[in-house]
Design a protein around this ligand. Sequence first.
Ligand code: CA2
Length: 142
Amino acid sequence: MKRFLILNGPNLNRLGKREPGTYGAQTLAELEAMIRAEAAALGVDVRFCQSNHEGVLVDAIHEAEDDALDGIVFNPAAYTHTSVALRDAISAVKLPVVEVHISNVHSREEFRHRTLTGAVSRAVISGLGFEGYLAALRFLAK
Ligand code: CA2
């Protein structure tokens, strides 16, 4: 059975609590339940990690490779636009990473248009809401 890491970056633990206009009204727990249901339908295994700390996210990427997972669905959140460390971590592993953003970063502030991590990811999905995570998982599961 293929195995995937669903990795979420800073502040995404606050989903559903503020800014519903940008990120929707559903919580991280509800997002994870949706992904679990999709994984069951696809016949794949998923594990989840959310952290507000850059180094923890770097370690999670390395561990996914060490554990021979088959890919990562990654929303680096604000680190998307700033983190050379996360970009290097993605480059340092062989497994495919699909970057997901709930909002369309290209229709927002200019500082969100640049994605350091997306440039070294297999693909970037932005603006499909929670559906983006499911689309990424479906792609990786093929
Ligand atoms: O659209 C996305 O998924 C983002 O990765 C979300 C990040 C943002 O910095 C990126 O530019 C785009 C922010 C996540 C913050 O999540 C919150 C959730 C609820 C309330 C406040 C923030």
